[in-house]
Design a protein around this ligand. Structure first.
Ligand code: GLA
Length: 704
């Protein structure tokens, strides 16, 4: 069984006269998580004043307030929240009201010892934190439904309320629970999936190591075992666990919909960084997609990862506008070294998300906490108060956002599709794969980065979704490939598309069983080749790639590739981590292995199928080689990366159905940049006539 196909990109994003994602706040939202319970009430008055100064129009409230709202089981105290919501409304600030169910109170833990979270070693995890509960616990289901119902009844008609924020980062830290309750829920889930035990035995391949089950009751959660646990069992446990959290979300959402009709419900996703939640399955369940994103502070050029996560969020949102629920004004507190953002970085990050489809720019958090585990996390209002650089940048951004309203409801124009699949990610990284260096996200990020550097915008797509509109589809590592996905790709290429598939794709089906007939079973005919053997490399080993010895004059020469095959510089392309013995049957070799275990065999191939081409890359190309091969694929696809754009400048194009077009240019470099473009800057109104100048670290948003 494959993932549920996500809802398709809808035209709703730019339908004229549409309501935005927040019908009761129909403008770009600005603000963040607000934890007033950490402060005396006189501070709230100051908060409202300062929020107004900063242009804040939306705050998320009550996310971890369960213990305050229900101090003992069944006894509620809403007085403080009543006063707060009234204050917000009087100040003209809308509220995204949370169900506080990510932080069960201490009394819940004492009354429900059976609901404690258990890790794969059978250890019970402690309290004094948050999200320390079993997602399958019936006691948790009852208690969370009760507080959700109380909040919904009380605040459904409150004029400040514009959005419900269910829970917080489902699956963030308690994604997997291995307790007895979870094991029983897993068995129920398996009964639903397979109906009969014989089908489960078949899907899990339990003839291997004599694992056959004669009774459902014999099935356990995949606890730590003396050796590798059945991979299909592990894969199903991951599916089950994502669904267990989804059941919790649906319960809250349905209560909120019933008692508070007309107010949208969201929950904050962690796209691209949360492996354990299958967001394709979740996407259709929320009224509006919202996402949390934190930079990998120590990584150079981490804005490329930001762009990738924003593009993935837009994909999961089906192309509709989405909300950036959390990001940071400066340093976080939970990375090994919490690097502060440099001046201007906050603005570039926020506008980077906005450019790629966000219609809310929200931060964790409004006011920096004085105590608790996150006291060193940045905020809109730092410990140092309003005399700080961060505060000034927050105020400046808030002042500029209204000028960017024309972007709302317009579509991001993408050039390239890249497949993304949580199930494939899970399966690829199970234990005992052919090399520990196989890494799902690494290849996605590598191909994404190249497209970003070529100023081509990427739409992420579910493997079974129609691809007809894209000129180029990149498949970095689709280890788990369903027959439906393979057929989708075949149809795309036959219809004239250009496909580029990277190694270790098309290998297994949804049960992690190898597709029959030789690798890559699901994609063999499409790629016009068979992989006879995987030939992974040793740690640090590299191989050289060159042009095949005069075999295929017809094969395109990648840009920048020496014309003379004997040119000694031909050895500069390298592969790492992985090689394969590739036997073409229809595909033309474009590059061959010059040394290493696959020496003499094809490394990169191109197969003409119907009206299109399918490229195959059988090694982890280093960045320069990846750039050259991708450029050759662009040529097949008729894609021309925009020229004349200085390094470090990010470009995003948007269009409305009414013909309006926009260009957002973000200069991540330390020098002023110029590029060919004309249009009027939305923020300062200047007209750029043929040459767009973007100051070092600056952002321009042009109506072109
Ligand atoms: C997550 C949580 C927030 C906060 C931030 C800190 O995204 O949702 O409550 O802990 O991280 O970066």
């Amino acid at each position: 069984m494959s993932s549920q196909t996500p809802h398709l990109v809808a035209a709703a994003a730019d339908a004229p006269g549409r309501a935005g994602p927040l019908p009761r706040l129909d403008r770009l939202a600005y603000g963040g998580d607000y934890n007033p319970e950490q402060w005396p009430e006189h501070v709230w008055i100051e908060d409202v004043e300062l929020m107004r100064t900063a242009g804040v129009n939306l705050v998320s409230v009550g996310i971890f307030s369960w213990a305050l709202l229900e101090p003992t089981e069944g006894n509620f105290e809403f007085g403080w929240l009543d006063r707060l919501l009234d204050l917000m409304h009087d100040g003209g600030i809308a509220v995204d009201l949370a169900t506080p169910t990510a932080a069960p109170p201490a009394w819940f833990r004492r009354l429900h010892p059976e609901a404690r979270l258990v890790d794969r070693h059978g250890n019970i995890l402690g309290g004094g934190a948050r999200q320390s509960f079993c997602p399958s616990s019936p006691g948790y289901a009852r208690a969370s439904a009760r507080i959700t119902g109380q909040l919904a009844r009380r605040y459904a008609d409150h004029p400040a309320l514009v959005l419900w924020h269910s829970h917080n980062e489902y699956g963030g830290v308690n994604a997997l629970c291995y307790c007895e309750t979870s094991a029983a829920a897993f068995r129920d889930w398996l009964r639903d999936r397979y109906g009969e035990l014989a089908r489960l035995n078949d899907a899990w391949g339990t003839t291997f190591w004599g694992q056959r089950y004669g009774d459902w009751a014999e099935i356990e959660a995949p606890l730590a075992a003396p050796t590798a646990v059945n991979p299909a069992q592990q894969l199903d446990f991951l599916r089950f666990s994502s669904d267990a959290h989804l059941t919790n979300f649906r319960r809250e959402r349905d209560i909120l919909h019933r008692l508070s009709p007309g107010v949208p419900v969201t929950t904050n996703f962690m796209l691209a960084n949360c492996k354990t939640i299958d967001y394709w399955r979740w996407a259709a369940e929320v009224d509006v997609v919202s996402n949390d994103h934190y930079l990998r502070a120590e990584e150079p050029e981490n804005h490329i990862e930001l762009a990738m996560c924003a593009d993935l969020t837009r994909a999961v949102a089906g192309g509709r506008p989405w909300l950036l629920m959390e990001h940071s004004t400066s340093a976080v507190n939970w990375q090994p070294r919490n690097i502060a953002k440099r001046p201007g970085e906050l603005r570039r990050n926020s506008l980077g998300h906005l450019a790629r489809g966000a219609e809310a720019v929200l931060f964790f958090q409004w006011r920096a906490a004085r105590f608790g585990a996150e006291k060193f996390h940045s905020a809109m209002l730092p410990h140092g108060g309003t005399g700080t650089r961060v505060w000034r940048e927050v105020v400046d951004l808030g002042a500029d956002l209204p000028a960017l309203e024309p972007l709302r409801g317009t579509r991001v124009l993408a050039d390239v599709a890249m497949l993304w699949d949580w199930e494939s990610w899970w399966a690829l990284e199970l234990d005992w794969r052919p090399s520990v260096d196989l890494d799902y996200r690494e290849r996605i990020a590598a191909y994404y980065e190249r497209a970003w550097r070529d100023r081509l915008t990427v739409d992420f797509v579910h493997p079974e979704r129609a691809l007809g509109d894209y000129r180029l589809v990149v498949v970095p590592s689709l280890y788990l490939t369903t027959p439906a996905a393979a057929e989708n790709l075949r149809r795309y290429v036959a219809g004239g598309g250009t496909l580029l598939v990277s190694y270790f794709s098309g290998i297994v089906d949804a049960d992690d069983a190898v597709h029959p007939g030789g690798y890559p079973g699901a994609l063999r005919d499409l790629l016009g080749l068979t992989v006879e053997e995987f030939l992974p490399l040793r740690a640090g080993e590299t191989v050289r790639l060159g042009r095949p010895g005069g075999v295929v004059a017809a094969a395109p020469v990648p840009d920048g590739w020496p014309a003379d095959p004997a040119d000694p510089t031909a050895g500069t392309l390298t592969g790492q981590v992985w090689t394969e013995a590739v036997l073409p049957h229809g595909a033309e070799p474009v590059l061959s292995y010059l040394d290493g275990p696959a020496a003499g065999g094809p490394a990169v191939t191109r197969h003409r199928l119907g009206a299109g081409h399918a490229w195959y890359v059988s090694t982890r190309l280093a960045a320069d080689g990846l750039a050259r091969v991708l450029r050759a694929a662009y040529r097949d696809a008729g894609l021309v990366p925009p020229g004349g754009v200085p390094d470090g400048v990010e470009l995003i194009r948007r269009a409305g159905t009414d013909g309006r077009r926009f260009l957002i240019a973000i200069n991540h470099g330390e020098r002023d940049a110029e590029l060919p473009a004309s249009g009027t800057d939305l923020i300062d109104g200047t007209f750029h006539d043929g040459v767009l100048r973007i100051p070092a670290g600056g952002v321009r948003a042009l109506r072109t």
